[in-house]
Design a protein around this ligand. Structure first.
Ligand code: ZN
Length: 267
């Protein structure tokens, strides 16, 4: 383990952002296996159930989110093979989505209701998928709690300590806030996957610009924005990335979103 850490430190000095991100991901891959990540995600899911999280059972909504997810995970699997799972949390007042280690993605009905276009939802989902592909949550957990605790958590050892930790995570909307670099990296994955699925990759940026204008930065419903600050720098960087990579798309998804919003009771 010592050797890995040293290699990482050496590799991290004096390299580009992309090289550093690749190195960090490679290190996370060595430290936490796919199976351990899956187990961590399972633990968080069990905790969410224990906290009486209300999951949507409406098939219209579930099938819709599933359909959108399919458009993205095929591409994501070329970057990292993951057993993706999708859950819709029935909470119309919370505009949020999050991913846990191992590929569980949670979408709130509030997010579906707040979107004006499918490209906006695709952008957010692509961003969350990006966090999983780049192993951000594993990297964050190790950074925050140390390797040993995280490994024990994945193994389900030391149940008391572990469940306290997982409960804390689930209570915070399931994950720690990621660093700025990780957010930018996830934005880029999101834009790439959105365009790959035929959607306008600017959907993510326009979505948070619009909500920011409507609610301000600190509205109680904007949970996603408490961990995803919408600032000019972030939007500029995303716009530059989209232009530099010639990403574009015109898919609208027809009236799918409208039908789902009607099923959710939107007038
Ligand atoms: Zn994020």
């Amino acid at each position: 383990m010592r050797r890995i850490a040293m290699v990482a430190v050496l590799a991290l000095s004096g390299c580009t952002t992309v090289q550093r991100q690749q190195t960090e991901r490679a290190v996370a891959e060595v430290l936490i296996s796919d199976d351990q990540e899956f187990q961590l995600g399972l633990q968080v899911h069990e905790e969410l159930k224990k906290q009486n999280t209300k999951f949507s059972e409406d098939p219209t909504v579930g099938l819709y989110v599933d359909g959108l997810a399919r458009k993205l995970v095929g591409q994501a699997n070329q970057d990292r093979k993951v057993e993706w799972m999708w859950f819709v949390i029935d909470d119309p007042n919370t505009i949020n989505a999050f991913a846990t280690p191992g590929g569980r993605i949670y979408v709130y009905t509030g997010l579906l209701l707040a979107a004006d276009s499918e490209a906006e939802i695709i952008g957010v989902l692509g961003h969350e998928i990006g966090h999983v592909v780049a192993r951000h949550s594993a990297r964050q957990l190790v950074g925050a709690y140390g390797l040993q605790t995280v490994t024990e958590m994945a193994l389900g050892k030391d149940a008391g300590e572990v469940s306290k930790l997982v409960a804390g995570l689930a209570g915070k909307g399931a994950m720690l806030a990621y660093g700025r670099d990780m957010e930018l990296e996830a934005d880029q994955y999101g834009a790439r996957y959105a365009a790959g699925a035929g959607y306008d990759p600017r959907g993510l940026a326009t979505f948070f610009e619009k909500l920011k204008a409507k609610y301000g930065d600190t509205g109680p419903v904007l949970t996603w924005f408490s961990t995803h600050p919408s600032n000019t720098d972030r939007i500029n960087r995303l716009t530059t990335y989209i232009a530099a990579n010639n990403l574009s798309g015109t898919e609208t998804g027809g009236d799918g979103l409208k039908k789902v919003q009607a099923a959710l009771g939107k007038k």
